[in-house]
Design a protein around this ligand. Structure first.
Ligand code: NI
Length: 398
């Protein structure tokens, strides 16, 4: 029964493409920023309701959680889509361009949401042969506060407890009909860093009467750069960037305060813990050695995305079956950019992968977060078929 379904699934996903395109274009014309996805959430609820899917709304603010139960209890697979848009002007000249000035679905989250609705629709058609439970996570605020964390905190992975989670992101660097995979590390963690160096002001002609916060801060910046070069295992990766340095008022006054602002990226939680500890130690120790004092403020941002290789292997074999081996690309290196899917992967096993949406002949070549970004919508059929195959594979009794 299940094997037969797998064979039919791409044809079925293509069959609902016109329905999906209509939903996607509606969402695309009405983009909403993180935690403001009210209209989007309303549409999702209305569509889930029409399909007869039980759901819970208001998770983490604007999140929606749908639940599809097969006839018998079994494992639980979560499928996730993010819902938010970006504060960007839509520069495309198409009938479905954004109707909201200064807001645009420039990261394809409208496409992700639509594909999850399409996945839900087909799963409902096969509910009688669903060997377990599928949770649909419509998540807010991927681009801003990390809405994934809000859903985790709201218990979205509990009751029933999720055994595995799958997510995907459109990728305009990959042609439509292709899929990109990273085994293991996929995206870095991110932490926001601020170091305030406190000194004592004095006349610029008599610096010995004060403590120069600028000279101390300069030493702190240099010392922070040696953490990656000297303390991080050379086979791991980390980035410490100081992007802002501000302090002082005038050329002939010794500054009493300098603020350094930066970002820290790591590929594993272990490296992350070690790097953050050393940043604190170095900044405080070096400033102290210069007679100054450093105040270190670290705001944790996103967790790293580390794929479960077993589950990613499932995605790979499904993608090879669906698209042909030559259309499944394995990327050898992780990305130092972030994705809040890591918050789910800190709680449960999962796999996150890239779906090709590029179509050069149609001029669909612009990267995400670009005012001309668009997708080849036929990719949605592949995304839906793959997510269903991934879920089924995990739910199938061994
Ligand atoms: Ni995105």
């Amino acid at each position: 029964m299940i094997d037969e379904m797998r064979k039919r699934i791409l044809a079925e996903a293509r069959g609902i493409l016109p329905w999906m395109i209509e939903i996607r274009r509606d969402l695309h014309q009405h983009p909403e920023l993180g935690l403001e996805e009210y209209r989007t959430a309303d549409r999702i609820q209305a569509l889930l309701g029409e399909m007869g899917i039980e759901y819970e709304a208001g998770l983490g603010g604007t999140g929606v959680l749908g639940l599809i139960r097969g006839p018998n209890d079994g494992k639980v697979v979560a499928l996730r889509a993010d819902m938010d848009a970006l504060p960007l002007e839509d520069k495309k000249e198409v009938a479905y361009k954004s109707k909201v000035p200064g807001k645009m679905h420039a990261c394809g989250h409208d496409v992700h949401t639509t594909m999850l609705l399409g996945t839900a629709r087909l799963l409902m058609q096969h509910k009688a042969s669903l060997p377990g439970i599928v949770k649909l996570l419509f998540q807010p605020a991927e681009e801003t506060v990390g809405g994934a964390r809000l859903l985790v905190e709201a218990g979205a992975l509990d009751n029933p407890k999720v055994d595995a989670i799958f997510g995907l992101h459109v990728d305009p660097a990959l042609d439509v009909g292709r899929v990109g995979l990273h085994f293991g590390q996929r995206n870095a963690s991110s932490d926001d860093l601020k170091v305030i160096v406190h000194g004592t002001s004095a006349h610029g002609a008599y610096p010995w009467e004060g403590v120069d916060a600028i000279v101390a801060a300069a030493q702190v910046v240099t010392a922070l750069q040696t953490i990656v070069s000297r303390q991080v295992d050379a086979r791991e990766a980390a980035v410490i960037t100081i992007g802002v340095i501000q302090g002082g008022t005038q050329g002939n006054i010794v500054a009493d305060r300098v603020e350094l602002v930066g970002t820290v990226r790591c590929l594993t939680q272990e490296t992350r813990r070690s790097v953050l500890r050393q940043i604190r130690e170095r900044a405080e120790g070096v400033a102290l050695g210069m007679g100054a004092r450093a105040e270190v403020v670290i705001e944790p941002s996103y967790d790293p995305v580390v794929n479960d290789d077993g589950l990613l292997g499932i995605v790979r074999s499904n993608a090879q079956e669906l698209l042909g081996e030559g259309n499944v690309v394995v990327f050898p290196r992780p990305n130092m950019g972030v994705e809040d899917f890591g918050f789910y992967l800190s709680e449960t096993r999962g796999a996150y992968y890239s779906l090709g949406v590029r179509n050069e002949a149609r001029g669909i070549v612009h990267q995400v977060h670009h005012g001309l970004f668009d997708v080849d919508e036929s990719a949605m059929a592949y995304g839906v078929a793959l997510q269903i195959m991934n879920a089924m594979k995990v739910l199938e009794p061994c």
